[in-house]
Design a protein around this ligand. Structure first.
Ligand SMILES: [Zn+2]
Length: 526
């Protein structure tokens, strides 16, 4: 079995590499990109029906087939629903009939459980049988073990259309470009580097939070081949060089060097990495003004945006899931810092109320894939996030007018599951990114809560970065507890418990950064 899997991987890698040269050779300009997206938008219902027929109903097995069968829905039913209610209306009805997956079910962390139906599944069961399994990558692993996903060049080909329009709208196609994203098998860095090359643009530097040599041998071999083939296709990619999250000063120095030459770069990274870079620039008196940070991977809040703008920089955030690729493209005229245009030709998104671990009802986002090129087949799959969806004419002109549905204020409910703190939900970011920095100084990334255990008793450590300077620990605790008391009955009770049990302690230490270069507001040591 293992041998077969490895052979399958080798064949997939070979397909990827042989397709890479023609892929990089076919350049994309903004006009063709616009046409491609318009056409793709116009046929989204047919695309969905085709994917469902070929990926689910023409197959004998698979969890989706079983779930549709349990719900008593066949392909003809779906066609009738589409004719009567359109795509989103159909997805709503499928959801209400039980055709959806929680994030945990989709990750294979627990069986699919519905009344009278139980099906153990693994993450691989949701692989898209119609997509060419070409490139193996790993997700960030921010919510547990990292998962393998496959992405093909077809998907990158399509996503290049979004990026072509994004760079054109920002006038950013000719600016120097750097990345601070994990090296392969991390997915986001290599995908972006290849797409940028396909757009006929240079990648000037690639910094990686992970060491290239730490990757398993076959990944290094594959990455090496990718760089060679790209070089032969005239798209020389820089090899990733290791810069740990704690050394943002090196990134700031690289940016400042370009800025001094009057060529402010475009820089791809995570929101917290960008904030740390701007903080490092300020601390060493480096001028990085004019840099455009293009960010993915974490909630992008008003606090983080302010920290980046204080350095004279601009930020744009896309919204993506490794299993589905891009879901939203940054709006230039957003209603919130993280406002994106939903790429509805590729992913259909609906919302349903979801009870978060703290008992709060939140408008959860559920995504459905529409193209054969996405690595996973998804029908109403929760992303673990919620947010505000609205139709708005923003006038930013990045995407064609058909792409007028927006998503913003995107937050995770899945990650805030820790006992004793789940009630904080969305308030957690307010505390860490606004209240504490507002009172004691520093940046939103300078504070983090870590739940741990000491001699079997729960303790909550509030990490405060040493860079914040002198603070009175008692005052930090008092500020936190009074914040909790201002947030309703549940948090007030929690504040009492924390106070009486001396649960909360302040620790002067750098917040932990995940392998993917993100800072989670809440960490668990237990
Ligand atoms: Zn817009």
């Amino acid at each position: 079995m293992m041998i077969r899997t490895r052979l399958g991987e080798a064949a997939a890698a070979a397909r990827f590499l042989s397709g890479l040269r023609p892929f990089l050779g076919r350049r994309v300009d903004p006009d063709t990109a616009r046409e491609r997206l318009r056409a793709s938008m116009a046929r989204r219902e047919q695309a969905f029906a085709l994917l469902l027929r070929r990926g689910v109903f023409e197959r004998e097995h698979g969890p989706w087939r079983a779930l549709f069968a349990w719900a008593g829905i066949d392909f003809d039913d779906v066609r009738k629903l589409l004719a009567a209610h359109g795509l989103e209306g159909t997805l709503e009805r499928l959801h209400d009939a039980g055709v959806f997956l929680s994030l945990e079910e989709f990750k294979g962390l627990r069986p699919i459980e519905r009344p009278g139906f139980s099906l153990p599944v693994s993450a691989e069961d949701f692989d898209n049988p119609l997509s060419a399994r070409q490139y193996e990558a790993r997700t960030g692993g921010s919510s547990g073990a990292s998962r393998r996903v496959m992405a093909g060049l077809d998907l990158l080909e399509h996503e290049c259309a979004y990026h072509a329009l994004f760079y054109a709208a920002h006038g950013a196609a000719d600016r120097p470009l750097g990345l601070w994203l994990p090296a392969p098998p991390g997915a986001v860095g290599i995908k972006n580097a290849l797409m940028r090359s396909k757009l006929g643009q240079r990648v000037d530097a690639w910094f990686s939070q992970s060491r290239v040599d730490d990757a398993p041998f076959r990944h290094r071999l594959f990455a090496d081949a990718t760089f060679r083939v790209a070089g032969l296709a005239g798209a020389a990619l820089p090899r990733p060089s290791y810069v740990p999250a704690s050394e943002a000063g090196r990134i700031a120095a690289w940016l400042a060097e370009w800025c001094a030459r009057g060529r402010a770069p475009v820089f791809l990274s995570t929101p917290s990495a960008a904030v740390r870079t701007c903080a490092a620039a300020e601390a060493s008196g480096l001028d990085v003004a004019g840099t455009l940070f293009v960010l993915v991977g974490e909630p992008f809040t008003a606090g983080k945006k302010r920290a980046i703008e204080a350095a004279g920089c601009e930020a744009a955030t896309h919204y993506a899931m490794v299993e589905a690729g891009m879901i939203g493209l940054a709006c230039r005229n957003g209603a919130a810092p993280d406002d994106v245009h939903l790429v509805r030709d590729k992913i259909a998104t609906i919302q349903k109320p979801r009870t978060a671990p703290g008992g709060q009802s939140l408008p959860a986002l559920l995504h459905t894939t529409l193209l054969t090129s996405t690595p996973k087949l998804m029908f109403n799959v929760e992303s673990g996030d919620y947010g505000v969806v609205e139709e708005r004419d923003c006038g930013c002109g990045v995407l064609p007018a058909e792409f007028g549905r927006h998503l913003h204020t995107i937050r995770s409910y899945e990650k805030l599951t820790s006992e004793g703190m789940h009630f904080m939900g969305p308030d957690l970011l307010t505390l860490l990114e606004q209240t504490l920095p507002g009172r004691f100084g520093g940046y939103p990334t300078d504070y983090q809560l870590v739940e741990a255990e000491r001699e079997g008793l729960p303790v909550v450590r509030l990490l405060v970065s040493p860079s914040v300077g002198d603070v009175d620990d008692r005052e930090v605790v008092e500020t936190t507890l009074s914040f909790l008391r201002s947030r309703g009955i549940g948090p007030t009770l929690m504040a009492e418990v924390w106070e009486n049990g001396s649960t909360l302690e302040v620790v002067r230490a750098q917040p932990h950064v995940t392998g993917a270069g993100k800072i989670q507001p809440l960490q668990r040591e237990v």
